[in-house]
Design a protein around this ligand. Structure first.
Ligand code: ATP
Ligand code: MG
Length: 370
């Protein structure tokens, strides 16, 4: 068994991977990409190390982000045999490659094109849709690097970005859903139940895992993600974000890693997405199936930690230890929906301990649920 895993990136996804790894005595460390230092386990310490030491110490290297910086160290690491899933990282490194892969596999996605010059935008408005979402090919996240464009708002898109953006049809969706699936080296796959996601200003605010999905929608999402996982001979957890439309599912984005919309599984699944990802990466068996319970995951964005959250029944708090800044994900709360009365009482207690923005989001989730 390979016991040490290194994840590129110093954020909360790697932190939670390290927490999950401890249960299986797996050694999961992170690599802070800005300072090029190892963060051992969950410690927060930063240690200097060399490329040779990294390759020797960590037989399995992956990442908690797909838009990796183009530095000499990263280039060496992703060329090494220790780097897991080279094909998946190549195809999801930018939106152009990702959309091209989806088109090649015949997987439905919002109609799109590359914008190489201003005239391409005019053409996209004529050929694709009256309303477009323009997105940077590399580096966008949480809705950053996106513009809503129609004929009256053509000049919004910075001219210097030509060649580095795509335009896609603005989709009228019923709701946004996502699927998290894991594939082992021998091709076995397990999927979590589809979750419903609410984004506000491009940022995920909450996910609802009802765990009682329409079987045909679940099967359709599994078929799409399964085809992608097999094509890429992928090992580990991948997330697929979708728009549900009257014509079925359209894939919006792929993430070759654990994903914010899978955090509910820490409370709602026997084995959460972090454990599944690690097991697959180090060749430990995946469960054939597992038991789920309905869960709400509420993201904590730019707010302060409240100790009172910890007193509430039916609630699990994950705090990332980051300095709160506007728009920054600093933690999340999982609420069990297994017992409606407990869930309602939990949300009532939580409501009084949230700021106005989070209270509004909790209120929306609650109205959706009850
Ligand atoms: P993430 O943080 O998930 O990586 P992102 O900034 O990379 O997000 P997307 O997931 O593509 O970007 O978009 C963020 C949100 O913006 C979507 O979840 C959706 O709510 C909205 N959005 C994106 N593309 C479209 C579209 N074509 N039509 C309608 N809404 C869209
Ligand atoms: Mg997204």
């Amino acid at each position: 068994m390979k016991q040490a895993v290194l994840l590129l990136g110093g954020g909360q996804l790697g932190l939670m991977m390290a927490e999950a790894g401890a249960q299986l005595a797996l050694h999961v460390d992170r690599l802070d990409l800005a300072q090029e230092q190892i963060i051992p386990g969950t410690s927060g310490l930063r240690l200097q190390t060399s490329l040779a030491q990294i390759l020797q110490q960590y037989p399995v290297i992956s990442a908690e982000l797909e838009h990796l910086p183009d530095t000499p160290l990263v280039q060496e690491l992703i060329r090494s045999p220790n780097w897991a899933n080279p094909a998946a990282f190549q195809h999801t490194a930018d939106r152009f490659s990702e959309k091209t892969l989806l088109d090649r596999l015949g997987i439905a996605t919002a109609p799109w094109c590359l914008i190489a010059q201003p005239a391409d935008l005019q053409r996209a408005l004529a050929d694709i849709a009256d309303e477009l979402v323009v997105k940077v090919i590399r580096g966008g996240y949480d809705g950053r690097g996106q513009w809503m464009v129609d004929t009256s708002r053509l000049d919004q898109v910075p001219a210097e970005l030509m060649g580095q953006i795509i335009a896609e049809q603005k989709i009228t969706f019923r709701r946004e859903v996502s699927l998290v699936g894991a594939r082992s080296r021998d091709g076995k796959k397990i999927y979590l139940p589809l979750v419903e996601n609410l984004h506000d200003q491009g940022i995920l605010r909450y996910s609802i895992a009802r765990c009682t999905n329409d079987a045909s929608l679940q099967a359709s999402a599994e078929a799409m993600l399964g085809a992608i996982l097999d094509e890429l001979k992928y090992i580990g957890v991948m997330a697929m974000e979708c728009f549900e439309t009257d014509q079925g599912l359209l894939v919006n984005e792929l993430a070759p890693r654990v994903h914010n919309s899978g955090h509910w599984s820490q409370l709602g699944a026997e084995h959460d997405q972090f454990a599944l990802h690690l097991r697959a990466l180090v060749d430990l068996p995946l469960p054939r199936q597992q038991i789920y319970q309905p869960t709400l995951m509420l993201n904590l964005i730019g707010c302060e930690f409240q100790p009172g959250w910890l007193e509430i029944t039916g609630l699990q708090c994950h705090w990332y230890g980051k300095e709160p800044r506007p728009g920054r994900k600093v933690g999340h709360i999982n609420i069990s929906l297994a017992d409606a009365a407990i869930a309602q009482a939990c949300m009532t207690s939580l409501d009084s301990l949230l700021d106005a923005t989070h209270r509004e989001m909790l209120g929306r989730a609650r109205r959706q649920l009850f």
